[in-house]
Design a protein around this ligand. Sequence first.
Ligand code: DWN
Length: 410
Amino acid sequence: MSYRKVTNCRICNSTDLFPYLILPDSPLCNNLSDEPTDQDRYELKVLLCKNCFLSQLSIVVSPEILYSNYAYKSSTSQTFKDHCYKMAESIKSEFKFLDHPLVLDIASNDGCLLREFKRAGFNRLLGFEPAKNIGNYEKSYKIDEMICVVNDFFSEDSAKRVKGDVAGGRASIITATNVFAHVDDLDDFLRGVHWFLREDGIFVVEVPYLPNLMKHNEFDTVYHEHLSYFLLKPLLRLFEEAGLQIFKVEEYPIHGGSIRLYASKHFYQEDRSVSDLLEFEEVSGFYKVDTYIDFAVRTLRVAADLQIIMKFVKDSDKKVMAYGASAKGISLINYLGLAEYIHSIVDDTPGKQGKFTPGSNLPIVDFSHFEKEKPDYILLTAWNFASEMKSKTAHLGAKYILPIPEPKII
Ligand code: DWN
């Protein structure tokens, strides 16, 4: 079975689930193809649990289908690499571990975060990464003399299988950036974390924060990889039930606005950032259904505004190329039927070049095509890296179409 229907909330098991955002049935947005193809389309609805206020997709597509061969490489973005280094440095300065702390990164992708921990001076580095095309190894492999990666999904079982041999003990620092929203069985995941974490260890989770998604109209970040869309309130409940305490929360602009949670086995004192963010969620109406209905209505207007801009550009006989074959960009093109307005998509990820986008079958090409095709407009389909990507294309003299948070030509 390629997917399962969600009938109960992933965190509190309630069946009181309210569908508030209904997008068109869509293909799996990172399932790039070697040739233009018709791909399976899956339901795409976001349900609000009216008991614990977790937002979650109405279906869960099999992770083996989504992640065994994964196109995305974190290291393509210098902005993200810089963000990872700053994270490693801030953890190093704030938490003093006596020995050589083991750092475990869950869903380590191409080793982007682990390399930055290494650059920050950490020398015991372990990753879990299920994609075979990234590691291309049966069980575990070395990225370099200090970074070892287990080619597997992280779970209580895979944690217990690994802790003794490859890791050589338990972890002082466990990180999970841009993976927590992708996990269906969060209880099992956290049992694995609890097993692997030292008594004085920290578990650092970074996820997109739903209030930012709604405030900035980031409905293009709703796609089948993102199973959950988090507020702090349901996360506090989930972690407490797993024997972990969230003791600090920070906000960062990365990936459209993320929160970074610090959790431990009740080893560190909770600071006021936790209660402050809970209060923000309460006073901002995120525990009221109307807030979600208002957001869904707003996405319709944003979608219509972008379609008007794209039609205007086409009717003016101007050439549009997109920059960034991102999951969100491919999703947006599919949701709004924008393929007819776009010549092609440039992406700097070698593994994406020469492929075609799922659903819209747009060719993904390398940067040289910008010089060849000389587009009049560049659609920033990775708007979260707009400044980095505009700096790389400034010499082309094209105008930019920024789709999110408000569609506009810049
Ligand atoms: O949660 C997820 C986020 C973190 O990453 C995953 N589910 C999938 C993925 O989502 P995405 O593909 O929307 O992420 P990005 O990082 O916004 O994608 C950026 C795309 O743009 C990548 O394909 C790389 C490309 N890019 C480029 O070609 N040149 C990016 C930069 C910065 C560049 O200079």
